[in-house]
Write a protein that binds this ligand. Sequence first.
Ligand code: ADP
Length: 329
Amino acid sequence: MNYAIATLGSHSALQILRGAKDEGFRTIAVCRGDHAFIYKHFGVADEVIEIESYSDFPAVEDALLERNAILIPHASLIAYVDLKAIERMKVPYYGNRKILFWESDREKQRIWLEKAGLNLPKVFKDPSEIDGLAIVKFPGARGGQGYFLVRNEREFKRKIGDIKEYVIQEYVVGIPVYIHYFYSVIRNELELMGFDRRYESNVDGIGRIPSRFQRDIKVTYTIVGNFPLMLRESLLPEAFRMGERVIKASREICSPGIYGPFCLETIVTPDLKFYVFEISARIVAGTNVFMETSPYALIKHGKPMSTGRRIALEIREAIEQGRLKEILG
Ligand code: ADP
């Protein structure tokens, strides 16, 4: 094949590039100089293009065009490179570029998820409305850094300081479940790739100290890693239905809608309800726990299949069927 798969060296790049090689593509990692050795070390990149900082990414446009590269987005690309600059780049891009504007804006996300009829945590528009445990979040995919909990307006005012941009959401007590989906345009089918839960500092460390010391700890949610998770089988139908509704709603808000990998971030309560607090409209790092395969992807495909490899398989099938245009956005 005359195409290369390229991505920014961070987040899920090892998985994406390894998957692309498994499907027969040439691979390119665009890396910050101090990260390049990782991609060389693991041998997943046929070529490493070094940049000084993430904001220099748009400057590699010509190099990627010359190499017939298809760019695969992930959270680091979206978080560290200006969205408008990504939108302007002429490099073929896997996915619907415009959907990123829906993902990166919490209000738009909410409109999308409400349209899909999903169960969402309440949002308190004003701190005076806080009537129970609430989580305070900041803009952008910051990996939970600095988020905190409050119970009322007084506590909120004490903790917020002079921060102006925030969202106050009902804190749903349950367990977090991150659902990994892949919607294939070429096969016209939604696939359930797997589930993970996150390992966050310091909230996941709180249980390691006696309760009398816990109250002095300022709890926050900085993501450090992920664990694989198998869901009760009786919850799979609802997980599928939620994914399908999200795709349908996305076609109304941002044609041709979402395709490829995406993730619903949920809390499951003891009555087995999913509360969706966020959507990621591209590959999530939680899929890295299945860098070889998830059990679901293995039984679906009859061979190991990571989300990274699934992306490459989709691109390969699109090329073979002369349908590449349908999946580049
Ligand atoms: P980010 O988008 O910055 O990665 P998230 O929105 O995923 O941050 O939230 C970080 C953490 O906070 C996650 O562990 C998640 O489980 C928890 N969390 C977020 N929103 C809620 C909520 N409404 N109820 C309970 N826990 C939540």
